[in-house]
Design a protein around this ligand. Structure first.
Ligand SMILES: [Zn+2]
Length: 419
């Protein structure tokens, strides 16, 4: 099956999740010119009649027994790294990351992820390559490089004097380490100059940075506000790597739009997230991926110990946030783990208390509202972009989310069948 953006495609017989909930029955979904033009019982027959009049080509896909969802949106990936924390940052030739990313992009698209927000690393070249069809992959919203303080999560100068950066600075990816509101404002402007869609800051330590502690806060409220102000001036916003409680609080009060990870969320910070309408992007798979990498490769022992220490705390915090009604967007920190395994996060979200529909909404409409509210993605509804995923089973219960990447049998992006 080839589906093209030129003709009309009718998907018939599927159970349809529209981004918010499952639609009753098995409505037809009609794609034309890269957008969804009709959703409902028998709208496919109308499209066929109309096509008969104009001799347009119609492709009918019988999806009986299948589930159709919007293309998934991963709100936290790193397209220019894989298995972070191993020694590849030291040993690999510099440009190898760009060639490898071609495969990471493809693997991501193949599991039905049609839009991503890169949380650091991806540059304007990769984004442009995707937009112009040079590289097949999800649409990108890029952060360029992480912004943070001296000695913080994004500063990888070790006491030995060796620099082991997650994302080495290069012309298209300026360095993001600095201190004080003025310097942070400059760094923010540099990221926008390099093509950033949004700004990524680090307001706490992290698991992957060997020299800091995820519970310690980084950046002052004044520094965070300077970045948020500058982002607002660019009609953009800030996402915050925030794991410890104090750093989460500072990030919310400073005006960020999303908290990434949120490992040590407590009742007070959960309430603050609700009050300020801030999204949580849990990335529950990330510490598990660190442990999986450590089992097969040489990794810093402190990093591995930190990953082990946070798994259960993180799950409990996310469970409380779900129960409280915080807006949870689907994000995976993929790049920490292997590309193409992003959908493992869905079962973890369900395990933390989400219903089947809530987990699917997190990965479609909610993530789209966070990452690309202007892009018309994340929904199956008239006028929305024809990004769709076809799964070879009818999803009925949360248990069906386990190994769901194996169920992906079709992917449409902008009306074109890409898998
Ligand atoms: Zn990340």
């Amino acid at each position: 099956m080839t589906g093209s953006s030129g003709g009309i495609t009718v998907v018939r017989g599927a159970k349809v999740f529209d981004g918010l909930s499952f639609l009753p029955g098995s409505p037809d979904v009609v794609l034309e010119g890269g957008v969804i033009t009709a959703v409902g019982p028998d709208v496919g027959a109308n499209a066929e009649t109309r096509a008969g009049d104009t001799s347009a080509q119609v492709e009918v896909i019988d999806a009986t027994g299948h589930t159709l969802t919007p293309g998934f949106v991963d709100a936290h990936v790193h397209m220019l790294m894989e298995n972070a924390g191993d020694l590849s940052a030291i040993l690999d030739p510099f440009s190898l990351q760009f060639y490898r990313s071609v495969h990471y992009m493809r693997r991501t698209l193949d599991v039905g992820i049609t839009t991503v927000r890169d949380a650091g690393g991806a540059d304007l070249g990769l984004k442009t390559a995707q937009e112009t069809g040079v590289v097949a992959g999800p649409r990108l919203r890029i952060s360029v490089n992480l912004i943070g303080q001296t000695g913080g999560h994004s500063d990888h100068l070790l006491p030995s004097g060796v620099q082991v950066p997650l994302f080495a600075a290069c012309p298209g990816r300026p360095d993001g380490v600095g201190d004080g509101p003025d310097e942070l404002r400059t760094l923010t402007r540099r990221m926008f100059r390099a093509g950033a869609d949004q700004i990524k800051i680090c307001t706490t330590g992290g698991v992957l940075s060997p020299g800091d502690d995820p519970r310690h806060s980084q950046l002052t409220l004044e520094e965070i506000r300077a970045v948020v102000q500058e982002a607002a001036a660019h009609e953009s916003y800030v996402m915050a790597h925030a794991q410890g409680t104090a750093g989460i609080r500072n990030a919310i009060l400073g005006g960020v739009r999303s908290i990434e990870h949120g490992i040590y969320l407590d009742d007070e910070t959960i309430q603050l997230m609700l009050d300020h309408d801030v999204f949580l992007v849990p990335t529950l798979v990330a510490p598990l991926a660190v442990l999986a990498t450590a089992a097969t490769r040489s990794m810093n022992e402190r990093v591995v110990a930190k990953a082990k220490g946070v798994v259960e705390i993180h799950r409990a915090a996310v469970a409380r946030a779900i129960e409280a009604g915080v807006r949870i967007a689907f994000g995976t920190d993929t790049g920490v783990g292997p590309h193409g395994k992003n959908l493992d996060e869905l079962a973890l979200l369900a395990d933390a208390g989400m219903s089947l529909e809530a987990a699917l909404a997190a990965a479609t409409s909610v993530s789209a509202d966070l990452v690309a509210p202007d892009a018309g993605v994340g929904r199956i509804a008239e006028g929305h972009r024809a990004d769709l995923v076809l799964l070879d089973r009818r999803l009925e219960r949360t248990a069906d989310l386990a190994g769901i990447d194996q169920a992906v049998v079709g992917v449409f992006q902008g009306g074109t069948r890409v898998r």
